[in-house]
Design a protein around this ligand. Structure first.
Ligand code: ADP
Ligand code: MG
Length: 353
């Protein structure tokens, strides 16, 4: 049971908004479409809602076909909820009336409507704000009303387009956690669009990276973070060490790599094509060694360039025999220190041209 999109194509004149995009999001999961502006995220979301008709491709939701070569199910028949970036609340309606609007459109009887609106106001912690108009609500409260309105008719699929991007950073973080918990509690399937990698990784169970109308990578936050497909994705998803190198030789399931002046062995199941590679390590995978030396780890000296305090620790940039190196330290590092890493945690990426 899932949302399944195959070979989605949508062209606007010469622009390939969607270029054979594919994705699958399991029922009850939060999926995020992550990509730069213009990569086709909104077009794909609108195609799921039925607001955009694909030139070709298929969209299936569980056992229903919403679009294929023969079928196109009208948006109102798909019963998806939608939350927009600008909230799109009606300014002349109160919080309660805005939520009711979502139900009226689905012809709910008056008696059941009041009960449902109460339930939703409680769900998004806005019971005391029911008679407020949008201009009397904060950004976060408006966003909660927009979410409640979309959830009101109990859709099984909720679509969110950059819905948190206009909120300030601390509020955004709090709402990310709150909404993630709420969506899981409701077991609702969510497709959210964002250009913010931190938001995608924090909220989603499953990430789809979009680039030029294509879904170029799929996976859990942790998979894509530690095993990005290329340098661009590695940089998109957070701080990283990237060393240019080449593979000196293979033996058994190991490769010996040479990164600048550093040579080390790492496990490698399948040989990579070409000799030149880029090695990628996340800062969590490199540390200042404690006294206990670990056999399979590489230890090397580094010259510290900068140390930036963030989230309770230092993000350190340093020069190592392998190249520029980025790692975390609990303490301000001295100018010259040693770091250690487990080569098995290096991702091998195609060399940058
Ligand atoms: P994103 O949401 O990732 O920023 P969009 O899906 O909005 O990207 O747009 C993808 C590409 O398609 C962009 O180049 C955009 O200019 C183009 N595009 C989107 N909608 C239209 C439209 N209605 N008419 C013409 N071009 C469009
Ligand atoms: Mg968009």
């Amino acid at each position: 049971m899932s949302l399944e999109i195959r070979q989605a194509v949508k062209k606007y004149q010469s622009v390939h908004a969607l270029d054979h995009a594919q994705l699958e999001i399991a029922r009850g999961q939060i999926g995020a479409l992550l990509g730069a502006s213009g990569s086709g995220k909104t077009t794909l979301l609108h195609a799921i809602a039925g607001l955009v008709r694909l030139d070709s491709g298929t969209i299936r939701w569980n056992s229903a076909t919403w679009q294929d070569g023969k079928t196109f199910v009208a948006p109102e028949k798909r019963k998806v909820g939608m939350v927009f970036q600008d909230f799109a609340l009606f300014p002349h309606l109160t919080a309660q009336q805005n939520i009711e609007f979502g139900l009226r459109a689905h012809h709910w009887p008056r008696s059941k409507m009041t009960e449902r609106v109460d339930e939703l106001l409680a769900l998004v912690h806005l019971k005391e704000y029911r008679t407020r108009f949008p201009h009397e609500l904060s950004g976060g409260q408006k966003q909660r009303v927009a979410v409640a309105r979309a959830l009101a008719p109990a859709p099984s699929l909720l679509l969110m387009d950059e819905s948190l991007s206009s909120l300030d950073a601390s509020l955004r973080r709090a709402l990310q956690d709150e909404l993630r918990t709420l969506f899981h509690q409701l077991s609702i399937t969510v497709v959210m669009v964002t250009h913010d990698p931190q938001e995608a990784m924090a909220m989603a169970d499953y990430l789809v990276v979009m680039d030029k109308g294509q879904a170029v990578a799929h996976g859990s936050s942790s998979d894509l973070y530690h095993r990005p497909l290329n340098v661009a994705m590695a940089q998109l998803l957070g701080p990283c060490t990237l060393w240019e190198g080449h593979i000196a030789h293979y033996d058994d399931a190991y490769a010996t790599v040479q990164a600048n002046k550093l040579s080390f062995r790492l496990p490698l199941a399948d040989p990579v094509s070409g000799n030149r590679v880029t090695l990628c390590l996340r800062p969590e995978s490199i540390s200042i060694p404690s006294n206990a030396k670990l056999n399979d780890h590489v230890v090397m000296p580094v010259d510290v360039i900068s140390a930036r305090f963030e989230h309770g620790r230092y993000l350190v940039q340093a020069q190592s025999p392998a190249g520029l190196t980025v790692f975390y330290s609990d303490h301000p590092p001295s100018d010259r220190t040693e770091v250690t890493f487990n080569p098995a945690q290096c991702a091998i990426l195609p060399a940058t041209p």
